[in-house]
Design a binder for this molecule. Sequence first.
Ligand code: NAP
Length: 346
Amino acid sequence: MAEHVVIIGSGPAGWSAAVYAARANLRPLVFEGTVHPDMIPLGQLAFTTEVENYPGFPAGNIRAFVESAVASDRHYNLPPPPKGHESHYAIQGAELVELIKQQAINFGTRVVPDDVVDIDISCCPFRIISGSNPVVEAHAVIVATGARANYLGLPSEEKFKNKGVSACAVCDGALPGFRNKPLAVIGGGDSAVEEASYLTKFGSIVYMVHRRDQLRASKIMQQRALTNPKIEMVWNSQVDECLGDKWLTGIRLKNSQTGATRELAVSGMFVAIGHTPNTAFLHEKLETNDKGYLKLTRPFRTWTSVEGIFAAGDVADDYYRQAITSAGTGCMAALDAERWLVEQGL
Ligand code: NAP
């Protein structure tokens, strides 16, 4: 028998959609895969350390609460509390997503730990093809596979992820390891300027390292970067190597014109060179915008170009990209799917 609703993706959007769908007695089935080799189940948020801006979670004795709420057989999935302030800290990304997941499971959500590799949209119900499970039929589908930050692709960059290398200033910028230290932002677009401006609140100086001698960012954003006394431009430079022992202590830069290299001492490197939405498994069956994000076809609704398929979270959002907005659109997608199913008499 076909499922009422299948949710693909296991970040805040997917699990929030599941909470709402489950409470509407739709018994949602969530595909919790990795989506892309650079990703992990629970989405981008699971890469983040402390999340200080998700409403409802001020710093406190979070651990006791998390351990009391999340099923004990998943405690292995919870990162250890941040060293030095174990009993008072802001919730960590993986803890937050585990809590939303638990909430969805508490109301009857079922989980398939597998990646969807294709959806047959030629007829109704949709046929969902995954890596190693039997085909699942579903009347409605919610795509919540998120987006992944682009990185430079250096092995040394990989080594320092969460140890000085980040792709999200809003998530990580205020962490103690970055306070009053020299920081670098890589990129020359609006995101890079936004990240650099944000980081000036915490760092002693913020270097904007750009591979050309002109920013891609909009004029007003360029002005913001160029006139900020705490931002120093480093033109025509590409990161060649991330340096350090346990925590990042610097980056080696290569001049894109002369090839000359030099070292820049920084305690943080924030990569802001764009994001890529995780849509490969859709094989272009859903319409996207010019940046590859799923197109929502009705204002303030989560409908995609295929009726019965809804989208939530970063896979359809190249603008806000926050955990709270993802969770919000997950809720919207579940309500849209529920109402659509009722209209179809399903
Ligand atoms: P973007 O505009 O595509 O800029 C990416 C930047 O990263 C470019 O400067 C690019 O250099 C650089 N880059 C790309 N690959 C690189 C690599 N391998 N090594 C070094 N540098 C690399 O991306 P974005 O800044 O994330 O912005 C995405 C969209 O969101 C844009 O439309 C932007 O306007 C919008 N946005 C708006 C706001 C706002 O209005 N407040 C804030 C954020 C984002 P080149 O310039 O040399 O190509």
